[in-house]
Design a protein around this ligand. Sequence first.
Ligand SMILES: C[S@@+](CC[C@H](N)C(=O)[O-])C[C@H]1O[C@@H](n2cnc3c(N)ncnc32)[C@H](O)[C@@H]1O
Length: 210
Amino acid sequence: MQSREEYAQDLFVREDELLFAVRESITANGMPAISVPAELGKLLTLLVAMSGARNILEIGALGGYSGICLARGLTQGGRLTSLELHDKHADLARANLARAGFSHAVEYRIGDARASLAALIEEGARYDFFFIDADKENYPHYLDYALRLASPSAIIAADNVLLGDRVLDPDIRDASVEAMREFNRRLAQDDRLDAMLLPIRDGFAVARVK
Ligand SMILES: C[S@@+](CC[C@H](N)C(=O)[O-])C[C@H]1O[C@@H](n2cnc3c(N)ncnc32)[C@H](O)[C@@H]1O
């Protein structure tokens, strides 16, 4: 008998040739294989399309896998801004987004995401969809910035919110685990948000700004 995850995956998820090639390009360039899994990529496309988002902010680009999934959900004229620490990662992501036909819709900002986020606030930028998938210790800060940059009814999604189930073990108290606990607690308890944690893969959270 299949597991429930295998059943859902077999029936609903087909990683197309382009996304498969993007995954390969990431390892071929010596970068870590830490893109979102195919089912979460599909979920991102669906969430963007269902919410009608027009301006997406991604934090953590790697090689552009999730960027392509996000861009695929955008309506005509929609835009993706992606924040990435490393030039090498952003260069590959830019190339992969171009390969997917989205070069006109995407902008990469290189450097520490907190500095880029502060600059976006200065510029008066607004976003209606956020995808948080960078360094885990900074998730609570990324949530603060997202709330300051959010349009009404914006969606905030985040990957790895269970950190390999380490958030469940009270004896583990390292910085990234404590930060993720704080992030999850705030998503659950902040009056400005409606949120849910989906315990699939490494944990995927989705929230709506009221
Ligand atoms: C898990 S990967 C992103 C995967 C990507 N979202 C995907 O699914 O295709 C995390 C990325 O965040 C970047 N990153 C880590 N710390 C960062 C920081 N402080 N500011 C900006 N980007 C950062 C890493 O260089 C890496 O490319």
